[in-house]
Write a protein that binds this ligand. Structure first.
Ligand code: NAD
Ligand code: ZN
Length: 394
């Protein structure tokens, strides 16, 4: 069943960009809703298709503008939604890590079957432009250099090391400490869980579609996205919401490991702007019949401990407590070079870490009620693992 609502607000376009009608799948979600706002601000005409998954929407959201309540796996609904559409911005996905492996079919269904149905409908409708919500989870661990052996790829960390407080991966050849660096788009992929595997498969499907129909496909590999409306249960920066709600209860944020795990935190409004830049420029910049991946991060790495401290300072709450706790499977460092997107699309993150975290500490607008947050915190404290592999739910 589909339902259509509303109509969008228009603002003037710049001189060189024609207005586009853009289907935003997952446009009721955290990132998608910011993309819808940014598209309207740029004079485009977004139309949202979203299934409103209960896990993503504990309470019904407000969707700006025109929208269709449908699942991306519903071929008829998607074909109908593509009428008059110039480009697709595909955000719909199940995020997070699920409870256990039994959730694998649901992830593959939403994320990969959903992408295949969407791409087939685009092929049928002659829509040739796609911007996909990619993810840094395709890389697994970040980039590491050994002073003696150069670029190396350490495997997952051993429990004995973590228990002994040896959190940094070491050189597989000589055991020396490694220097973490910024991962680039041609780094080898190493998806380490079902969700990451589905995000990688989305890229492969989009590349196959582009080759087959002569389409332009871009994957924006978002790093740890944070900002107003962020969900808690993601393998990304959901930890910022946990820290913020601890502070709201007058408690210190508790940080896992030694707080030194590095991430690239990027503000959701910057990510929305990257999507608009990709939609406006891709047909000129990206070769047809290919998929081009762009890291989409702040290019300004920070540790989880620094994030907790920034939130505590801005909130005026107690300083973070570093617990030394850990979760097997968490990656230690994953930070990006966003040089390629800067050079190709002229996009760079505009909201600094301090500015973004300060605003988030003061007005997080996180989804879900305080009661649900307390419940979620309790569940995680009991070890049921809501927060995923950010390596820093602490
Ligand atoms: N949040 C991050 O830091 C981050 C980082 C990297 C990549 N991503 C990707 O960005 C995209 C958006 O993530 P988000 O953080 O906004 O998550 P979100 O859960 O807030 O938004 C996802 C939206 O997709 C919808 N959806 C899911 N399955 C659907 C289906 N089968 N049909 C129609 N709608 C469906 C949900 O109802 C939800 O509104 C996802 O593709 C995610 O993998 C997010
Ligand atoms: Zn070495």
């Amino acid at each position: 069943m589909t339902e259509r609502r509303g109509g969008g607000l228009r603002r003037p376009l710049g001189p060189s960009v024609a207005p586009m009608r853009v289907l935003v799948t997952g446009g009721a979600g955290f990132i998608g809703s910011h993309i819808v706002t940014a598209l309207i601000d740029h004079g485009h005409e977004p139309v949202v298709l979203d299934a409103l998954l209960p896990a993503a929407h504990p309470t019904p959201p407000t969707v700006d503008g025109e929208w269709i309540h449908a699942d991306v796996r519903d071929r008829e609904a998607v074909v109908a939604a593509l009428r008059g559409v110039d480009a697709v911005c595909h955000q719909a996905a199940m995020v997070g890590l699920g409870k256990d492996f039994a959730d694998a079919p649901a992830y593959v269904g939403c994320n990969d079957l959903g992408t295949a149905v969407l791409l087939a409908a685009m092929a049928e409708r002659g829509v040739r432009q796609l911007v996909l919500a990619g993810s840094m989870v395709v890389y697994g661990e970040g980039r590491y250099d050994c002073p003696r052996h150069g670029r190396v790829r350490p495997g997952p960390r051993a429990e004995a090391d973590l228990a002994a407080g040896r959190f940094d991966p070491r050189c597989p050849e000589c055991g020396t400490s490694l220097r973490p660096g910024k991962v680039e788009e041609d780094a080898p992929v190493d998806p380490r869980n079902v969700y990451a595997t589905t995000k990688l498969a989305q890229e492969h499907l989009a590349a196959a579609w582009a080759r087959s129909v002569g389409g332009h496909a871009v994957s924006l590999r978002y790093h740890n996205v944070y900002g107003p409306g962020m969900p808690r249960d993601t393998p990304y920066a959901g930890v910022a919401s946990f820290f913020r709600s601890a502070l709201a209860r007058g408690e210190a944020p508790t940080v896992f490991e030694d707080g030194g795990q590095r991430r690239d935190f990027v503000h959701v409004r910057d990510v929305a702007a990257a999507n608009v830049a990709a939609l406006e420029a891709a047909a000129q910049v990206v070769a047809p019949s290919t998929l081009t991946a762009y890291n989409t991060g702040s290019d300004d790495p920070h540790t989880v401990g620094e994030m907790a401290a920034a939130l505590a300072t801005a909130f005026g709450g107690p300083a973070p407590v570093v617990t030394g706790g850990y979760r097997l499977g968490d990656v230690r460092h994953i930070t990006a070079s966003s040089r390629r997107i800067r050079e190709a699309l002229g996009w760079r993150a505009a909201i600094s870490f301090t500015e973004g975290m300060t605003a988030f500490a003061r007005a997080p607008s996180a989804r879900g009620s305080e009661a649900e947050e307390s419940e979620a915190e309790g569940a995680e404290a009991a070890g049921t693992g809501l927060a995923g592999a950010c390596g820093g739910r602490g």
